[in-house]
Design a protein around this ligand. Structure first.
Ligand code: ADP
Ligand code: MG
Length: 285
């Protein structure tokens, strides 16, 4: 049985002992200053990511998922609170972090070949050519694209282009991979393949993945854990452990009664979030 979320539960995600923690989000708040006045997108987020975890993040549209990812990636400064990676506060894009966005079409350079696209961040990081060549080959192999290093992105399908974006991120050998609704624009079959690819690279490369999705089934299938966000101004609605076997299979896992229970639970929580339910309501009103 899943516990009911008590109305006045602490609106924080799970935290870990320092030795188990890779990345910490602490009291993160983000207020956008706009011409129309301040917009508090994110109010107070606290959670830790452990090593080699695949954490999914779900929440209603406009609940600040992209804002949170940008703050974690050092692309946006929080208004208060902090992001700590390997014990250091993030103030600029950290070396050991890579991001894959939804709009892969715009994230690849059309005038560069596939291999060159993957190589570019390594070049910018000053990695010597022989090592770059090896990393690019390995990354393309990891995503099943060894056969197209000399193609241009526009010669590939949407799913293959997204594989290139993933290859570029993993070639960079990040400790943390942030993915913001990366499969929203690909067809269902490709999406299933890419989901398994993400689980595979996480396992093989031992990296930590924070995966934003609006797809509840995807969050339960992929994650070791699902963090559900409230509607904006955002707090953690619930931080749920996905206690499914670690070996996932698109047909078998999704057919498990436990999978159905978990997806029901996440669905209910997101519906509540959409209706404006907040675990901090008892405190703030
Ligand atoms: P999500 O990714 O969950 O859909 P976002 O992080 O994109 O949510 O947006 C959260 C809230 O912050 C929304 O109300 C959105 O309108 C607002 N917002 C996002 N980016 C900006 C910005 N650059 N300036 C002002 N408001 C923004
Ligand atoms: Mg978004």
């Amino acid at each position: 049985m899943l516990p009911d979320t008590p109305l006045n539960s602490v609106s924080h995600g799970r935290t870990l002992a320092p030795e188990d923690t890779l990345l910490s989000v602490r009291g993160l708040q983000k207020i956008y200053e706009t011409d129309g006045g301040p917009i508090e997108a994110v109010r107070d987020l606290t959670f830790d990511l452990g090593k080699n975890e695949l954490t999914c993040l779900v929440g209603p549209s406009g609940s600040g998922k992209t804002t949170l990812l940008k703050c974690i990636a050092g692309l946006l400064a929080p208004t208060s609170g902090e992001v700590v990676l390997d014990g250091k506060t993030v103030t600029a894009p950290p070396k050991k972090m890579a991001v894959v966005f939804q709009e892969y079409g715009r994230s690849l350079f059309p005038w560069l070949r596939v291999g060159e696209n993957v190589e570019l961040p390594l070049k910018n990081a000053g990695i010597p050519k022989p090592q770059r060549t090896k990393l690019v080959a390995e990354a393309l192999d990891n995503v099943g694209l060894s056969h197209v290093p000399r193609s241009y992105p526009w010669q590939l399908s949407g799913g293959m282009q997204q594989r290139v974006a993933i290859a570029r991120a993993i070639a960079y050998q990040p400790e943390v991979l942030l993915m913001d609704e990366p499969f929203a624009a690909v067809d269902a079959q490709t999406r299933a393949d890419l989901e398994d690819l993400v689980r595979q690279v996480r396992r093989e490369l031992g990296i930590s993945v924070l995966f934003v999705t609006h797809d509840i089934d995807e969050s339960v299938y992929l994650g070791n854990r699902v963090i559900m966000l409230s509607s904006s101004p955002t707090i953690v609605q619930e931080d749920l452990v996905v206690d499914l076997p670690d070996e996932r299979d698109q047909l078998e896992t999704r057919a498990l009664p436990r999978f159905t229970e978990l997806r029901h639970h996440v669905y209910e929580q997101i519906q509540l979030a959409k209706k404006g339910f907040r675990p901090d309501a008892a405190v703030t009103t």
